[in-house]
Design a protein around this ligand. Structure first.
Ligand code: PLP
Length: 215
């Protein structure tokens, strides 16, 4: 068991002051670790792999809000559609359509975030500014509710670069709010860069290793 209670307490305190939601990223970590953090009051958890999420969801308290933060393939949406709280990483229109379809089947509206490509690495996924504008202005989805944006900064020691990327995402977010009233979630910031992300306007951080130890 490797939950870092001290880090949890101090992060909670920091975030509480700025009204930022903490998603505890528990990928690869056992259900027992999640339960420990849950018992301390944490209810939002993030997972990257569909099968792992489905398994953990069946073992753990039903009032956990499960965030899917990994790369989601369209053919896997159906497994998490009945219970997922928020899908962070929507990177294609076909996935969005599938979320809408599965929302309909499950008789619920599924909240999701469009992932934006802000990093220098080509290997990271996401939409660009034009694509986001197109998606938001033809908002045709009744059961997929886009409530914000998500992004990952470059994996870099260059903090100026990271800050610039977060600022770019925040700017896009502010523009998107004008197109879609109800937009309220900007998911950016991880263990290594969440303080910067909050300074640049994040409303939701995804923190794993500071809470659960290295993977
Ligand atoms: C793993 C992961 C995180 C958490 O990373 P840490 O550096 O451990 O805090 C956050 N967001 C995404 C998308 C991830 O895949």
């Amino acid at each position: 068991m490797s939950v870092n209670k001290q880090n949890y307490a101090s992060i909670r305190q920091e975030l509480g002051a700025s009204n930022v939601t903490l998603v505890a990223v528990s990928k690869i970590k056992p259900a027992g670790d999640i339960q420990q953090l849950y018992d301390l009051g944490q209810h939002d958890f993030g997972e990257n792999y569909v099968q792992e999420l489905v398994e953990k969801q069946s073992l753990l308290p039903t009032d956990i809000r499960w965030h899917f933060i990994g790369h989601l393939q369209s053919n896997k949406v159906k497994y998490i559609a009945p219970f997922v709280h928020l899908i962070h990483g929507v990177t294609s229109v076909s996935t969005l359509k599938e979320i809408n379809k599965q929302g309909q089947k499950n008789n619920r509206v599924i909240d999701c975030l469009l992932q934006v490509h802000i990093a220098q690495e080509e290997t990271k996924f996401g939409f660009d500014a034009n694509e986001i504008e197109t998606i938001l202005s033809n908002n045709e989805y009744t059961h997929a509710n886009i409530i914000g944006l998500m992004g990952m900064a470059s994996f870099s020691e260059d903090l100026t670069q990271v800050r610039t990327e977060f600022a770019t995402l925040k700017k896009l977010f502010d523009q998107a709010v004008l197109l879609k009233p109800g937009f309220n979630t900007l998911s950016m910031g991880m263990s290594g860069d969440y303080k910067l992300a909050i300074e640049e306007g994040s409303t939701m951080v995804r923190i794993g290793s500071l809470l659960f130890g290295n993977r």
